[in-house]
Write a protein that binds this ligand. Structure first.
Ligand code: FMN
Length: 352
C-alpha cells in the first residue's frame, strides 16, 4: 500500500483523507477549484477536450488558471495547488505534449488529470508530462473504470489512480463495477504488481458525504473525488433550475441511467464506444424510448438550448443524487465531509 502520507507530501495544503471536486468541464471552474483548495481539499478545474493549438478551450483555461492563481494569492514561481483535468479521446490529443506543458509550467499547476482515452493513448504521455513538470513536482492523475485500465496507468508511471465506479455521474466506462469491489481489487493489484511504487489511489462514484468517504478509505482509497455533490454548491455555475432538480430527485439508482442516449440527445454522440454516461432520466430520454426520432429530439434540444430554456437539458449526475438536499458552499462540503468522516470512524471503531 502507498504510504499514508503520500498525498499529503505531494499536496501539502490538503487535509487527509484527500477530498477533490471532479474536473467537470463547464462546471468545475476556478471558482469551485479554489474554494475547494482553500477549504483543505484539492481543487480541480475541468479543462475540456480540445487540445489543438490556440483552441478556445485552452485559451479559456489559461484565463481561468490566472484567476485561480490570483484567488489563491500564488506568487510567480510558486506551485498552484490545483489540478487541471482533460478528456483525452479527442483527435486533438495528438497535440497534448505541445499545448499542455507550457500552460502547466506557466502556472506551475500541481497536477494534471487525464480521463477517457482511446485505448493505449496515454502510454508515453504520462511519463513525458511528468518529465516536463519535474521541476515543480507535477503529479499525473488518471481516472480509470477497470482493473485492467488501472494496471495500464500504473505501468505508464501514473502518480494518482482515480478509481471510478459505475455509480458515478457523467461519463465513465460503459461496463464496470461499483467502487465497493473495484477499489479493493485495484488496491490488491497495486500491492501485488507495483509494490514500492509511489502510486496513490482515490475513489470516485456515488460518494456524497463523510459516510462515503469513510467507506472509500475502508475499501483502500486514500481520498475521494465528488462530482455530483459539487454541482449543487454556491460556486457551481449550474443554473438554479438544475440545482433544484438535483434536490428534488431521489432514489438515484432508478432516477438516473447509464446510457449513450444522453449524448446522442444533446448532440455529443462522438464518444468512443468504450464509454457511456449517467444522467437523470428526463423527458427527452423517455420520449426517445416512446418512439420519437432522435433527429427531432436533437432539434428540440438545440431550440430549447438556444432560447435559454433548461427544461430539456441533460442533467449528468450519479446515483447519489438522492442525498443532495441543499446548496452549500464548497467550503461547507469539504469541512462537513471531513467532520462526518471522523464521526463515522469513531462510531464504527466503537461497535462491539
Ligand atoms: C456533470 C459532470 C461532468 C463531468 N465531467 C467530467 C470531465 O469533464 N472529465 C472527467 O474526467 N470526468 C468528468 N465527470 C466524472 C467525474 O470525474 C467523476 O468520476 C464523477 O463525478 C464521480 O461520481 P459522482 O458524480 O457520483 O461524485 C463528470 C461528472 C459529472 C457529474
Amino acid at each position: 500500500m502507498a504510504p499514508k502520507s503520500l498525498l499529503k507530501s505531494w499536496f501539502p495544503t490538503t487535509a487527509s483523507p484527500l477530498i477533490c471536486n471532479a474536473p467537470m468541464f463547464g462546471t468545475a471552474t476556478s471558482d469551485m477549484a479554489t474554494a475547494v483548495t482553500k477549504a483543505g481539499g484539492l481543487g480541480i478545474i475541468g479543462g475540456g477536450f480540445d487540445l489543438a493549438p490556440n483552441s478556445a478551450q485552452l485559451t479559456a483555461l489559461d484565463a481561468d488558471l490566472a484567476k485561480a492563481a490570483s484567488a489563491l494569492s500564488i506568487e510567480p514561481g510558486r506551485t498552484l495547488p490545483v489540478v487541471v483535468g482533460f478528456i483525452t479521446f479527442h483527435s486533438s490529443f495528438e497535440h497534448v505534449l505541445e499545448t499542455v506543458p507550457p500552460l502547466l509550467e506557466k502556472y506551475r499547476v500541481a497536477g494534471v488529470w487525464l480521463a477517457f482515452p482511446q485505448p493505449g493513448a496515454h502510454a508515453d504521455v504520462i511519463k513525458e508530462l511528468k518529465r516536463k513538470g519535474e521541476a515543480w513536482g507535477l503529479k499525473v492523475f488518471v481516472q480509470v473504470g477497470t482493473v485492467e485500465a488501472a494496471e495500464e496507468a500504473a505501468t505508464h508511471g501514473v502518480d494518482v489512480i482515480v478509481v471510478q465506479g459505475i455509480d458515478a455521474g457523467g461519463h465513465q466506462w460503459a461496463q464496470g463495477a461499483s467502487i465497493v469491489s473495484l477499489v479493493p481489487e485495484v488496491r490488491d493489484m497495486l500491492e501485488q504488481n507495483f509494490n514500492g511504487h509511489n502510486i496513490a489511489l482515490i475513489a470516485a462514484g456515488g460518494i456524497m458525504d463523510g459516510r462515503g468517504l469513510a467507506a472509500a478509505t475502508a475499501l483502500g482509497a486514500e481520498g475521494i473525488v465528488m462530482g455530483t455533490k459539487f454541482i449543487s454548491t454556491t460556486e457551481s455555475p449550474s443554473p438554479d433550475v438544475i440545482k433544484d432538480r438535483l434536490i428534488s430527485t431521489s432514489d438515484g439508482g432508478v432516477a438516473t441511467i447509464k446510457s449513450t442516449i444522453h449524448d446522442d440527445l444533446q448532440g455529443t454522440g462522438f464518444w468512443p464506444p468504450l464509454y457511456d454516461g449517467r444522467a437523470i432520466i428526463g423527458e427527452p430520454y423517455n420520449e426517445f424510448k416512446a418512439g420519437s426520432s432522435m433527429d427531432s429530439l436533437v432539434e428540440r434540444h438545440k431550440t430549447a438550448h438556444a432560447s435559454g430554456n433548461h427544461s430539456r437539458r441533460i442533467i449528468w449526475c450519479g446515483t447519489g443524487v438522492g442525498l443532495i438536499k441543499d446548496v452549500p458552499s464548497c467550503q461547507e462540503v469539504v469541512r462537513t465531509t471531513l467532520r462526518q468522516y471522523s464521526e463515522v470512524i469513531e462510531r464504527v471503531s466503537n461497535v462491539q
